[in-house]
Structures are given as C-alpha cells and as structure tokens.
Ligand binder design. Structure first.
Ligand code: FAD
Length: 293
C-alpha cells in the first residue's frame, strides 16, 4: 500500500515509527524484539533509515526484509543518495522493489566519514535532484524531508522552504519533518509551506526525550532548539533518575502530540532510535485519551 492512499483513507493522523540499523552487537541481538514491540503498537507504517552513500545498504535491506517480508509491516525505505550514481540509485530501488517496498523517503544525507567512501560519477547535489531523477523512472510513493526550524545549511527558513517546494514540484508526494520541541515552529513552517503552494500532506516528526546527553547531541546535529519549557521541565526532575526522566519525556510528547492533533496534523512520526519504551508510553497515553485511533 502507498502512504498517500493511507493518508487519504485515515480519518485521523497517521502514526509511524522511524527505525535505524542496529550499530552494536547488543542492538543486533535486540532488534527482533524491538520490532515486535513497536509493531504491536499498531503503527500505520514504519520507516527504515539508510546510511548516506550506500555503504550500509545491505543492512538496510536486511532490516526491510525483517519488517516487510517477515512481519508484513508496511514500511517506507529511506534512500539517502549522497554520492550515489544514478545507476546505484536505480539498483538500490530495484532491490527495495524486490522486497515489496512501494514507499521511499528520498533524502540527500550528509557526507559519510568512512575512509571507504567515494563519490560516484553523476551523483546528485540535492534531494530535489534525486527526486527529479527517480520520479519518472520508478512508480513509487515518495516522501521528502523538511525542517520546521530550517535546515542547518540554509540561509533562512524561507530559502529552505523554497527548496522544499522544489522537492514537491519534482515529485515528492508528502513531507516528513525533522523533530521540534515547540509546536509553534511546526505551525509557522506549515503556514509558510501552504502560502508558497505546497499542498501535500506534512507529517510532523516527534523525538521523545529519554536522555539529556542524547537530547543535546541530537539537537547539535540537527539544529533543533531546546526550549525554555524543556529546560524548565528538566530542572524539576530528581538528578540521575532515568525512570523519572523517561516518564517526563513521555508526558511532554503526549502533550505535544495532543496539541498537534487538535491543530489538524496529517501524521505523527516518532524517531524511536530503536527504543520501544518511550513510544509505548506515548501511544498508549494518546489512545487512552482518544487522541489517536
Ligand atoms: P536537501 O533537500 O538536499 O537539502 C540540504 C540543504 O541544501 C538544505 O539547506 C537546503 O536548503 C539546501 N538545498 C536544497 N536544494 C538546493 C539547491 N537546489 N541549491 C542550493 N541549495 C539547496 N540522513 C541519513 O543519512 N539517512 C537517513 O535515512 C535520513 N533520514 C532522514 C529522514 C528525515 C525525515 C529527516 C528530516 C532527515 C533525515 N536524514 C537522514 C538527515 C538528512 O540526510 C540531513 O538532514 C541532510 O543534511 C539533508 O538532507 P535533505 O534531503 O533534507 O537535503
């Protein structure tokens, strides 16, 4: 099934979880259980990330096999095509299709740090160029990434939104956003998108907080603002109490999602980092309150 059809059918917002490849032996040993736990939460779909440049393509394929073939769970395959030749993009998408994947998240990615990485001939500079190439060649549903606070490399939000418009004009069927801790960033971004004529569904990214260290690392990487509200809330917690922090993060995300749904969000996309406890608390809380189906 295509995510565009799902979005049309659903009365409320879609619920989806981003999964990543396990990066440690412990992560690899646990991934089957984590997948079973998040799928038991009845998401509309999962998404599976992709290492930019394609060096970890086989691991993404194995994960897609586990999700789609073994567990029959609808999934979007990310394709971060940084440095990949058009032929490699085609070949990778053909591999996805053989597994039964009908949905792609096409992103540029960032330059891999691996010494083995080489730019391939003909690779594309931006996600919009990749989407322009892929759209007429592969009959699939395509999502693009966007950034409610603007991408770190962009001069300002309006310039970045003009790039999002290019992705949609080149064939993206929907948008999935980076996470944010203040919904006003999302509403401002969505209003601006609509004003420039972007009409496709915009799914909001949500990042549950469960570790202050991880929150700071990820915010540095992607430029998400850690708001006064978040800092103030964290300051009320007992120091080094992981359970209290986890529960506080769940309640914060439930409040954020409740407000997004009240304001007509098309979908809620949770960055799980291959953890199930936060999303379990959030989804159960939202269902108990009747916020999502
Ligand atoms: P682009 O759309 O190419 O934009 C990158 C920058 O270039 C922006 O500042 C934009 O304004 C600018 N730009 C765009 N087009 C042009 C143009 N024509 N001329 C000049 N400037 C331009 N990373 C991974 O490695 N793997 C993943 O699986 C992955 N999944 C992601 C999923 C989501 C939903 C999100 C939000 C991010 C994801 N990322 C992933 C991170 C992403 O790769 C990085 O944020 C990357 O820096 C930008 O990717 P992009 O597709 O937004 O790039």
């Amino acid at each position: 099934m295509r995510i565009t059809d799902l979005l049309k059918q659903k009365k409320g917002p879609t619920v989806s979880f981003e999964m990543t490849r396990p990066k440690t032996p412990k992560g690899e040993a646990n991934i089957g259980n984590i997948l079973d736990r998040v799928i038991a939460l009845r998401p509309d779909f999962l998404t599976m990330t992709f290492g930019a440049g394609g060096l970890t393509r086989d691991v993404s394929m194995q994960m897609l096999h586990r999700i789609l073939v073994e567990r029959k769970q609808l999934v979007m395959a990310h394709l971060a095509g940084y440095g990949m030749s058009p032929e490699n993009l085609d070949d990778t998408i053909s591999g996805f299709r053989e597994l039964g994947v009908e949905n792609l998240v096409v992103i540029r990615g960032d330059r891999p740090s691996s010494e083995d990485f080489r730019m391939e001939p003909g690779s594309f500079a931006h996600a919009s160029d990749m989407i322009r190439y892929i759209r007429p060649r592969h009959d699939m549903c395509i999502a693009a990434a966007a950034y409610p606070e603007g991408h770190l490399e962009a001069s300002d939000l309006d310039a970045d939104i003009a790039r999002v418009k290019e992705k949609v004009d080149n064939g993206a069927d929907l948008i999935i956003t980076q996470y944010f801790y203040d919904n006003s960033f999302f509403y401002n971004f969505r209003d601006k998108c609509r004003k420039v004529g972007i009409t496709v569904p915009i799914i909001a990214g949500v990042m549950p907080i469960y570790s202050i260290k991880m929150m700071n690392i990820l915010a540095d990487l992607c430029g998400a603002t850690i708001t006064e509200k978040v800092l103030g809330g964290l300051a009320t917690l007992p120091p080094d109490d992981k359970a209290a922090l986890n529960e506080w993060g769940i309640q914060l995300a439930i409040g954020q999602c409740r407000d997004l749904v009240a304001n007509g969000v098309d979908g809620l996309h949770f960055y799980t980092l291959n953890r199930s406890s936060s999303v379990t608390g959030i989804i159960n809380g939202l269902r108990a309150d009747g916020v999502i189906e």
